[in-house]
Design a protein around this ligand. Structure first.
Ligand code: ADP
Length: 624
């Protein structure tokens, strides 16, 4: 007999699991059943490619046995079984995927997270049992082994007898405590209900000996009890059921059964098609961003079934990248079972399904904006960034699918608004859709560049995410209205246009001198069209904005692209008078003022100043 210790992190997790405040202890049964179902699936897949194996569906089952006297619950399956090594490897370590290390321990607040994310399914048995015995015989092996553990320190493995291939899992249930009733898992009605709730659509029969009562033979009033083996699950997959018989809870159970996420989906979409291609699908839009969503580890995809049989766990081709957060399953009769990944990619039917699904998701999200704004905003917080990437990538070819789903914070409404809503509020004379980019709403609100546009009573969209301005540059316009940054050279507001042009003529000498002082740091000095109260600001000419420059220079492979900066002077400000005075009377003073103003503009913009010491010295100089 081999006795082994659990790995340290497994112990920690087991401890969390066993003592977790997790309230749905009943899900242990779902986890065991789905392991059994997977084990049968494995034989099925093997048979597909191995001619010496045949798969007679009728020979495969899952069976639950209740033994009240011994307080045990047994789950038996005729699946692929486990060898000695399998038992050791599969049941000895929790979360060997390493994803556990990814999450800091204090982030794991309750057992739900753990079960959802790491698939420590089997271990959930220890929530209700203080001893678990696994007896298994692997396909193709003559030996059977028994694995046993109390779930605390370690486990033992020893040879044992077992006739048929498959696995038996025996749970010795815990004694009842004050707040916890474990006896209930010895009640037929309870087991029936749990199976129905979580495992109804498992493809193999889940059997149990159920007590029935019948009239004693020859008697007209005396009854006798007897046991009859019954199948507890309907075996019809949820996606093949009629929507009308399903409840939100059914969909939510399926979501967690499948480990799609540990949140509750914000929306489920149950859809089917019969036409050029026929399929059933259940799609989910999660509420929360999975912890690895914005990492390389995250893989998009939907489960793909061919007439009730899974052919691929994650079919990427069914989802565009910008909808990579969608989870779910697609079942189509039109796909062949043994189709290879390579062929599948080019499959015409699959492409058609993918296209339908994309449209469906888009439409449903659109409906959510109208019908349940709060939920949509919740969704947008989690995945809005992904939609914007979608606009930006593939050379903007997805614009039409995505632009109506965008939202930005509005200066006017003080909340998130859609582009359509923005347009509908535009006064007739307003030519463009104005936006301002910056680190935060607070910061943008205070930025001098917004002054004129706000003064005109126009609404500004605030771009606070890196991707925003890049996405909008790709979009260029929305419903024929062009996007315009509040710091762009041309705001399209005419009266100020004229005033500024005159002012530039008038101050040609001053602005040329200032430009000479600043040299290459800026492209030109101009009279501002947009400043009201502030003396100075930076704007840009050309496509690359100052915000974009900041983002690019923070990237690991800094492409070193610079915005063409314009130093704008407010000619209605007192500072302007001082500048003019300095130009006429004191060359050094003009240099001092110019540098000061330039550095101020950098600071407001959130850009670093090249020489902070010199800057502060200069301030002291004028204070003297
Ligand atoms: P998961 O199912 O998410 O991989 P589990 O902890 O539930 O995690 O199971 C670990 C592994 O143990 C499974 O991946 C499988 O290889 C094996 N296993 C568990 N139960 C069975 C079973 N009834 N028959 C065969 N193998 C099983």
């Amino acid at each position: 007999m081999t006795t082994k210790q659990f790995k340290a992190e497994s112990k920690r997790l087991l401890d969390l699991m066993v003592n977790s405040i997790y309230t749905h202890k009943e899900i242990f049964l779902r986890e065991l059943i789905s392991n059994s179902s997977d084990a049968i699936d494995k034989i099925y897949y093997k048979a597909l490619t191995d001619d010496s194996l045949s798969f007679e569906k009728d020979n495969y089952f899952i069976k639950i046995d209740i033994d009240k006297e011994n307080r045990t619950l047994k789950v038996t399956d005729s699946g692929i079984g486990m060898t000695k090594d399998d038992l050791d490897e599969n049941l000895g370590v929790i979360a060997k995927s390493g994803s556990f290390a990814f999450k800091k321990e204090n982030e794991i607040k309750d057992g739900h997270d753990i079960i959802g994310q790491f698939g420590v399914g089997f271990y959930s048995a220890f929530m209700v049992a203080d001893k678990v015995t696994v007896i298994s015989k692997a396909l193709g092996s003559d030996e059977a082994y028994k694995w046993e553990s109390d779930g605390i320190e370690g486990y033992t493995i020893e040879p044992c007898d077992k006739d048929s291939v498959g696995t038996e899992i025996i749970l010795k249930l815990k004694e009842n405590t004050e707040d916890e009733n474990y006896d209930e898992y010895l009640e037929e009605y309870r087991i029936k209900a749990i199976v129905k709730k979580y495992s109804d659509f498992v493809r193999y029969p889940i059997k149990m000996d159920v007590s029935e009562r019948k009239l004693k033979e020859g008697s007209e009033e005396e009854y006798e009890d007897y046991l009859e083996e019954k199948v507890l699950n309907s075996m019809v997959p949820i996606w093949k059921k009629n929507k009308r018989v399903l409840t939100t809870e059914d969909y939510e159970n399926f979501y967690s059964e499948k480990h799609y996420g540990f949140d509750k989906p914000i929306k489920y979409i149950h859809t089917s098609a019969d036409g050029a291609v026929s399929y059933n699908a259940i799609l989910y839009i999660p509420e929360k961003t999975p912890y690895d969503f914005y990492t390389k580890e995250y893989k998009k995809g939907l489960e793909l079934y061919s007439n009730g049989v899974m052919i691929m766990e994650k079919c990427e081709d069914l989802l565009p990248d910008y909808f990579s957060f969608v989870k779910g399953i697609v079942d189509s009769e039109d796909l062949s079972l043994n189709i290879s990944r390579e062929i599948l990619q080019h499959d015409r039917q699959l492409k058609l399904i993918a296209k339908n699904i994309k449209t469906k998701i888009k439409n449903e999200l659109g409906k959510l904006i109208k019908n349940d704004r709060e939920k949509y905003e919740e969704f947008y917080k989690s995945f809005g960034r992904q939609l914007k990437y979608g606009i930006y990538s593939d050379f903007g070819s997805n614009k039409d699918d995505l632009q109506d789903l965008l939202m930005f914070y509005s200066s006017k409404e003080k909340k998130m608004v859609t582009l359509d809503e923005y347009i509908s509020r535009m006064p007739e004379e307003q030519k463009h859709i104005y936006y301002a980019a910056g680190d935060s709403i607070d910061r943008i609100e205070k930025s001098p560049q917004t002054e004129l546009v706000l003064d005109k009573g126009y609404e500004i969209l605030y771009f606070t995410e890196d991707v925003d301005e890049f996405a909008i540059k790709m979009l260029m316009n929305y419903k024929e209205k062009e996007f315009r940054s509040v710091s762009s050279g041309d705001l399209g507001i005419e009266e100020n246009e004229k005033e500024a042009t005159e002012s530039n003529e008038e101050n040609k000498e001053l602005f040329t001198k200032m430009k000479d002082i600043l040299g290459e740091k800026i492209k030109v000095v101009k009279a501002s069209k947009r400043l009201k109260k502030h003396p100075v600001c930076l704007s840009n000419e050309g496509e690359l904005s100052i915000e974009m420059e900041k983002i690019l220079s923070a990237m690991p492979d800094n492409p070193n692209m610079k915005a063409e900066k314009v130093l704008e002077i407010n000619t209605n400000h007192d500072v302007y008078v001082s500048l003019k005075d300095a130009m006429e009377n004191d060359k050094d003073k003009l240099e001092l003022y110019t540098n000061l103003l330039y550095n101020q503009a950098l600071l407001i913009e959130g850009l670093p100043i090249a020489d902070p010491v010199e800057f502060t010295n200069n301030i002291c100089k004028i204070m003297k």
